[in-house]
Design a protein around this ligand. Structure first.
Ligand code: HAM
Length: 413
């Protein structure tokens, strides 16, 4: 025998109850998002590498070390999508969606790829449900977007949730602040972790995210971006908070909240769950008013979020999910009756019933046992002496005229 080939590290198969739970989650998300006017979008699994390099940002971990990039065969580098916002913006531009009534609201359920160290809740291929609203900078867009994720998480019973909220201001207000923060970090550079120290000029804000004790101590006295917002940014943030308050969404303003992607402006937020381990982020997002220009389009402000499917499922209690019911199981006594049985099962399905046919050559006894295992409501038994129909609920069995099985079960189902 050859060596058995296994799935790559950080990937997993979806099957059994997990597959049913995912379908249920997808249905819940679809219900919440479509009721708010979000339409489904699906973009390609790979994109031009430049889309992420420019969109997500050269200074991020995602772009620096986590992307699966390869040559498309013609000399153009392409990348398995590590996230969905830049691709949705690309699609917005490519399809001239600025001509539609704004904002354009789109949602997706797709798989994403990041070369991270696999652990509980962290995979190299993972799934996200995401929502993007593009073309309006009204703070109501921000608040509604956050509210929709809150509703989905509530509907699935996610436990131990905490919503953190902040504003990163616009690129202008951030530029002045960055200088101040950089100066603070430089003045105490020897206390910082080597990684933070190396990135002082590249991405000083990420220092807020560090676990390193020395760095944390330095950050305790660091200037805060929330204290450096422009009047317009302040007003926008206050309006978002007021709307969330009106909707009864509980949140904490956390001035140290930073996100791992570079495109954010103004509102940022993150849901964590203490039902998860170290990877406590369930979902997050924010506003990205400059992203469209970054990837070569005209200005179009956007707001959105994405939540990890695996983490949403981990954070919510397992719901017993019943396998789909079986209306009719068609058994037959000998091979000569297979064609007739085949036709009956096909007819039943065409009439809208869930019907199963014996497919493994079992004995009649074995077939009846199998019918019982599937939980079939009725079993049709095709035999030499005609056809009989057994009601598995009452146990009653009767002989029926050939060709009338459908007629008999239709009334009862
Ligand atoms: P993100 O915070 O990088 O944001 O990812 C969103 C969510 O995806 C995380 O909260 C987590 O639940 C899940 N996730 C991320 N990486 C992994 C992984 N390696 N394994 C399992 N789950 C993971 C974004 O991706 C932005 N595009 C969100 C956004 C949309 N911002 C604006 N619009």
């Amino acid at each position: 025998m050859s060596e058995r080939i296994q799935a790559p590290r950080g990937t997993y198969d979806v099957l059994g109850d997990d597959a049913l739970a995912r379908d249920r989650l997808a249905g819940t998300a679809r219900g919440v998002l479509e009721a708010a006017g979000y339409a489904r979008i699906e973009t390609p699994t790979f994109e031009a590498t430049a889309l992420f390099a420019r969109g997500v940002g050269e200074s991020t971990d995602v772009v620096r070390k986590e992307m699966y990039t390869f040559d498309d065969g013609g000399g153009t580098p392409v990348t398995l999508r590590p996230e969905g916002t830049a691709p949705v913006c690309r699609a917005y531009l490519e399809h001239g969606m600025h001509k539609l009534p704004q904002p354009v609201k789109l949602w997706y359920l797709s798989s994403f790829f990041r070369r991270e160290r696999p652990q509980q809740g962290r995979f190299r291929q993972f799934w996200q449900i995401g929502a993007e609203a593009i073309g309006s900078d009204d703070p109501a867009v921000d608040a509604e977007s956050i509210l929709l994720l809150a509703e989905i998480l509530e509907a699935i019973g996610a436990r131990g949730l905490r919503l953190r909220l902040a504003s990163l201001g616009t690129a202008d207000s951030r530029a002045a602040y960055r200088e101040e923060l950089t100066a603070h970090l430089r003045s105490r550079a020897d206390e910082l972790s080597p990684e933070v120290r190396e990135r002082i000029s590249l991405n000083p804000l990420r220092a807020f995210d560090a676990d390193h004790p020395g760095t944390r101590e330095v950050m305790r006295s660091a200037p805060l971006l929330l204290d450096h917002l422009s009047d317009d940014d302040h007003e926008h943030f206050a309006a978002v908070r007021a709307l969330l308050d009106a909707a009864g969404v509980a949140y904490e303003v956390d001035p140290t909240l930073v996100r791992g992607l570079d495109y954010y402006t103004r509102t940022v937020f993150e849901y964590t769950s203490d039902a998860l381990g170290a990877q406590s982020g369930v979902g997050g997002g924010g506003r990205y008013d400059g992203l469209m220009e970054e990837i070569g389009g005209a200005r179009a402000p956007g707001m959105g979020w994405a939540a990890g499917v695996e983490r949403m499922l981990l954070a919510s209690p397992p719901v017993p999910v019943a396998p789909p019911p079986v209306d009719l199981y068609v058994a037959y006594a000998k091979p000569a009756l297979r064609a007739e049985a085949f036709r009956l099962a096909a007819d039943a399905r065409r009439a809208g019933h869930a019907a199963r046919l014996e497919l493994a050559g079992r004995s009649l006894k074995g077939q009846l046992k199998q019918a019982d295992r599937t939980g079939a409501r009725y079993v049709a038994i095709l035999g030499d002496e005609g056809t009989s129909l057994k009601d598995m609920e009452s146990g009653e069995q009767k002989t029926v005229e050939p060709g009338t099985v459908m007629h008999h079960i239709r009334g009862a189902l």
